[in-house]
Design a protein around this ligand. Structure first.
Ligand SMILES: NC(=O)C1=CN([C@@H]2O[C@H](COP(=O)(O)OP(=O)(O)OC[C@H]3O[C@@H](n4cnc5c(N)ncnc54)[C@H](OP(=O)(O)O)[C@@H]3O)[C@@H](O)[C@H]2O)C=CC1
Ligand SMILES: O=C(O)C1=N[C@H](C(=O)O)C[C@H](O)C1
Length: 233
């Protein structure tokens, strides 16, 4: 498979290594300064860039009839536009705040726990995410996905980085050293606490998941999620 890497930073480099190990070829390494030359020869584009570059990366790929796997976070306000363009071009698109198998299992557990906890208003939910100090966005895309998973399965209706009102989920975003990504969902009552926690030990899981999603999407048309790739529906 021929892969265009849109973003060649910390993630792009790990994805390149894993893709080469799995027998794929890299036809473009797009950073801030070079062009999209080579994009139209790719079977799939993998975008791990920066919030302000994601929309250009994704739309240029759809315009070149190249399916897109996007892991970039912090650009979600444009997600519906990208879905519309993908449908117009009869393209294929997977965007996920987190491609690791472990986090996608964690997402399922989070939704299951939220359904149970919705019956017990003596507990209040909060979330914490910890990432490296180079991270541009806060809260993390994964924390936003976790908050949405609770909101869709409970009476909570919003998340906030500030002090939370009764039906809001407080997210604490911490930036420490080179932490790859730690997320904790806590239900706290006067008598006890229940915690669900995922700790990434490195970036390998995110990168492998993105390459598996890229292998999966080639030849398909439509809007997909990691639930489709991992058969979690
Ligand atoms: N979904 C998931 O599983 C995961 C998502 N992420 C997300 O992926 C993104 C990238 O993370 P990470 O690799 O750590 O970040 P880095 O800052 O290490 O890399 C970002 C890269 O994007 C490049 N870039 C800047 N402008 C453009 C542009 N116009 N077109 C293409 N590339 C551009 C930068 O280029 P230059 O080097 O020239 O500045 C850099 O190489 C972040 O949004 C992060 O939150 C991260 C891990 C997992
Ligand atoms: O920027 C990162 O590093 C990460 N970003 C993603 C996010 O915002 O959730 C995924 C992972 O936690 C690492």
């Amino acid at each position: 498979m021929k892969i265009a890497l849109l973003g060649y930073g910390k993630m792009g480099k790990v994805i390149e290594r894993i893709a080469l190990e799995r027998g794929h070829e890299i036809v473009l390494k797009k950073d801030e300064f070079n062009t999209y030359d080579g994009l139209s020869t790719a079977d799939v584009a993998i975008d791990f860039s920066i919030p302000t570059a994601a929309v250009d990366n994704i739309s240029n790929s759809f315009n070149a009839n190249v399916p897109v796997v996007s892991g970039t976070t912090g650009w979600l306000e444009h997600y519906d536009e990208m879905v519309k363009l993908c449908n117009e071009k009869q393209g294929a698109f997977i965007s996920s705040s987190n491609f690791s198998l472990g986090v996608n299992i964690f997402f399922e557990l989070n939704e299951y726990l939220a359904k149970i906890m919705a019956q017990f208003d003596s507990y209040k939910v909060t979330m914490e995410e910890i990432h490296h100090t180079q991270k541009l966005d806060a809260p993390s895309g994964t924390a936003i996905s976790l908050a949405k998973g609770v909101i869709e399965n409970s009476n909570y209706n919003n998340w906030t980085l500030e002090e939370a009102a009764k039906n809001e989920i407080h997210i604490e975003a911490k930036r420490i050293g080179d932490v790859p990504g730690t997320h904790t969902v806590t239900y706290d009552s006067v008598v006890d606490s229940i915690e669900l926690k995922h700790t990434a030990h490195n970036r390998e899981g995110f990168a492998l998941g993105a390459v598996i999603a890229a292998e999966w999407i080639v030849g398909k048309k439509g809007i997909f999620s990691m639930k489709d790739v991992l058969n979690l529906k």
